[in-house]
Write a protein that binds this ligand. Structure first.
Ligand code: FMN
Length: 161
């Protein structure tokens, strides 16, 4: 199966997980890029990103540098913002013409909670059946991500067979 990992990342945590997953699966990654980059500086990022997510805003994103028609399975990665998917991922979700191919979701957050985000994205991608709720580098003091990532990757390998 031809798999693609699509992700958005402001501070690098989701990008690092996407790259790790893709390396293990031997597949490509593709980043979602907003037309107008969101600042990653201190309080402003919380203010701007938090407002976008809280109000379900869909900031314009650049065309994805991949043709989704070429892939059988899409793994989606997003930071959790205000309990939801990061706003650029919400834009992607609402403009994606390959919804049925998205079968897995991984999230990065400070709290390690993603129920609201998973529920929100399942409305658009009802095929999501594998998920992992990872913590960002600062929050993952006990190395819990490692175990979760291994289980997530094992499920993806099984789904790809
Ligand atoms: C705008 C904004 C809102 C956030 N909201 C939440 C939240 O509701 N819950 C949470 O656990 N973490 C929240 N975080 C923390 C991020 O989810 C976490 O740091 C994540 O690892 C960032 O991913 P990235 O490094 O790929 O950008 C928020 C961060 C930002 C910038």
């Amino acid at each position: 199966m031809n798999t693609l990992v699509v992700y958005y990342s402001l501070d690098g945590n989701t990008k690092a997980a996407a790259e790790r997953i893709a390396k293990e699966l031997g597949c490509k990654t593709m980043g979602i890029e907003p037309e107008k980059p969101i600042t990653n500086k201190g309080f402003m990022k919380i203010l701007v990103g938090g407002k976008q997510s809280a109000f379900n805003e869909k900031p314009a994103i650049k065309p994805l540098g991949a043709d989704l028609a070429e892939y059988d399975m899409i793994v989606l990665g997003t930071p959790v913002w205000a309990g939801k998917a990061a706003a650029p991922v919400w834009t992607f979700a609402n403009s994606c013409d390959a919804c049925e191919k998205v079968i897995a979701l991984f999230t990065l957050s400070g709290s390690g909670e993603n129920e609201k985000c998973l529920k929100q994205l399942k409305n658009v991608f009802p095929g999501i059946r594998i998920s992992a709720s990872l913590k960002d580098k600062k929050a993952d003091k006990n190395g819990e991500n490692e175990e979760m990532l291994a289980a997530f990757i094992a499920q993806l390998r099984a789904a790809a067979q």
